[in-house]
Design a protein around this ligand. Sequence first.
Ligand code: NAD
Ligand code: UDX
Length: 446
Amino acid sequence: MKVTTIGTGYVGLVTGACLAEMGNHVVCLDVNPDKIRVLNEGGIPIHEPGLDAVVARNVAAGRLQFTTDVDVAVNHGTILFIAVGTPPGEDGSADLQYVLAAARSIGQRMTDYKVVVDKSTVPVGTAEKVDAAIREELTKRGVPANFAVVSNPEFLKEGAAVEDFMKPDRIIVGSDDEQATLMMRALYAPFTRSHDRLMVMDVKSAEFTKYAANAMLATRISFMNELALLAEKVGADIELVRRGIGSDPRIGYQFLYAGAGYGGSCFPKDVKALVRTGREYGQELQVLNAVEEANDRQKQVLVDKVVARFGEDLAGKRFALWGLAFKPNTDDMREAPALAIIEGLTQRGAAIAAYDPVAMSEASRILSTNPGVSFCERAEHALADADALIIVTEWKEFRTPDFDRFKSDLKQPVVFDGRNLYEPMMMKTLGIEHHPIGRSGKIAAR
Ligand code: NAD
Ligand code: UDX
């Protein structure tokens, strides 16, 4: 099939590359010429494991192209995915300006039947707005309306995006148009060979499903973070509690890890947008308000622990900070807890020596105006003469470090373990002062 993705970011590029991998002919469009230049020169503008190989293979096979030419892109695809950003507006609602601009650009050019797919995360009712925008442009041109708008929210996780797209848990298609539904089924058939994972529903339910999923997952995390804070006070161990409750199949083990708060381009903005939708309809989503509030507080927990240990005035103190990206296996810094933590510490006068395996160039761009932060080429380099180590992101390479270096390189062996990477009992045995999240350290966790 002929497919176009409008927007070549995390979602558009992965969607385009993975659909090309299944034999489709894909054109990826972006308004950002730098992104398209990098792709046309054989580079990948984001860090996403496995994506480079899929892109290279399909470009070489002539099935995947990148362009800034809107005419070429709109004419190419029979199925046009809108995968542009939907960042939070000032009031927290999803800003639809990029989605609607993409819709208009379709309406201004299309000449034959198109299935327009909302892949971006968009509030309920957006498909109607996309439909109206395209229709308006067609009317201006005097061209008959021959298109359908479908909702197909994306559930991939950054850092595992290719795998998630190639082996989806489910594919949600919101469609009221029979022809469009058949085309979506055909497009996704290679991804659902073992059993049919494609669910067709009405457009509004599909749009809502995406927000419901992210809100549910964010709720689990905030709830566990809140329990972790209480566990510390009562002397329980949140890691043991996690196992204890996760074993109940009604709860399950995933997404129950307490830590330094959730970040990323999805949970924070999607929780905000759903709260905002609730307000628009006169329904206050009280649970989600609390989820957001708890997460804002959680991003300060490591700062609070450092202050409790070293005092409110951190002038003259230096901290090693491992992990800048909002989660491992990505260079995405959007809403990363590390940013709030660095801000909280440097405001109090601390100097930060930071390290991240892939996110340092993005982080140094964002933090360029903060003179309190320096970046180290290797994790161990950050330890030199630091008062303590703060771990914010659970990259694999931090799991089994040379603990002797903590003792020889840090001024004193103090670790603030924001992702509970290390066992409290082991750290005690090693003589390292360990500040995890929600762990009593009194019980061996086995
Ligand atoms: P992104 O910021 O990485 O990429 C969006 C791209 O769209 C940018 O490159 C931008 O230049 C381009 N763009 C904007 N307007 C355009 C236009 N009119 N024509 C062509 N290109 C245009 O965003 P993303 O992370 O890929 O997210 C895209 C959407 O998918 C959002 O709604 C997001 O909520 C949703 N989503 C993201 C993820 C994720 O993990 N990142 C997962 C699921 C869903
Ligand atoms: C999320 C959704 O998982 C995905 O389905 C959706 O399409 C996009 O948003 P992503 O933001 O890429 O994906 O990462 P995810 O793995 O969900 O992690 C989000 C944040 O939650 C990270 O900051 C992570 O550190 C945090 N998290 C996750 C926890 O704090 N505890 C957990 O148990 C799981």
